[in-house]
Design a protein around this ligand. Structure first.
Ligand code: 6PG
Length: 243
């Protein structure tokens, strides 16, 4: 089931996403005592993370029950300017009382294959080798329709076994580690945050165009037994003609 909610601007979008995060956290902690969330990288979620770090929201979360993972990572050291971990640490994790043991960083500084193998072991230990069912996976979407580090034309889009893959992305001339659709589509909740006019054409294609995940990898995200929610701002939604 997929749902789209449109907000007037990026600030309203961030606030809605923060309320959603708090609500899902309360629901997960009530249901099974913890909230396992995979953060997205990029720039859009930064305002969400900063908002969650404010007293208004941080006080509404039991951070001892929150377990933070990443949906993907650039294969760089944790202090590198491109690191998704660094962005989340600076915007959120350094400002809330989350136990260090509840933060599961993708070790991008290692050999890419080791990065992926290690993170897969971390997930298998956390989910005790059952299905890796995150309570929430946050995703962004690039102008080319990529999400996490599932880029157009890459084999990882159709990965059926591995939970984490590291691959060289020709377009970026860079290595990336990413959750695969096996994990993403096992989540209880997957929420895309998309903002800005530059995403409008692609968002319309992804949501209302033909199913072509090799071209638009965001389309591979179809949680088998989970709620797919698109939180978008009006600029990104300008071409959407939702019935
Ligand atoms: C990353 C993200 C990536 C991101 C999109 C959108 O590592 O960059 O995981 O998938 O979500 O590129 O990025 P923006 O939000 O910056 O547009």
């Amino acid at each position: 089931m997929s749902e789209v909610k449109i907000y007037p601007d990026a600030s309203a979008l961030a606030r809605a996403a923060a309320e959603h995060f708090v609500a899902l956290s309360a629901e997960a902690v009530r249901a099974h005592g913890r909230f396992a969330v995979a953060l997205s990288g990029g720039s859009t979620p930064k305002s969400l993370y900063s908002l969650l770090a404010t007293d208004e929201f941080a006080a509404r979360l039991d951070w001892t029950r929150v377990h933070i993972f990443w949906g993907d990572e650039r294969c760089v050291p944790p202090e590198h300017p491109d690191s998704n971990y660094r962005m989340a640490r600076e915007a959120l994790l350094d400002h809330v009382p989350i136990p260090a043991g509840n933060i599961y960083r993708i070790q991008g500084e290692r050999e890419p294959a080791d990065t992926a193998d290690d993170y897969e072991r971390v997930l298998q230990a956390f989910f005790t080798r059952r299905e890796p069912r995150f309570d929430l996976i946050l995703l962004g979407m690039g102008e080319d329709g990529h999400t996490a580090s599932l880029f157009p034309g890459t084999a990882v889009i159709h990965e059926q076994a591995r939970w984490v893959v590291a691959h060289y992305v020709k377009k970026l001339r860079a290595w990336r580690a990413t959750l695969t659709p096996v994990v993403i589509n096992a989540a209880a909740n997957v929420t895309f945050l998309v903002a800005g006019a530059s995403k409008a054409e692609c968002l319309s294609q992804v949501l209302t165009g033909p199913y072509q995940p090799d071209v638009l990898p965001a389309q591979i995200v179809r949680p088998a037994d989970g709620h797919l929610l698109w939180l978008v701002d009006s600029e990104a939604a300008v071409q959407l003609k939702l019935e």
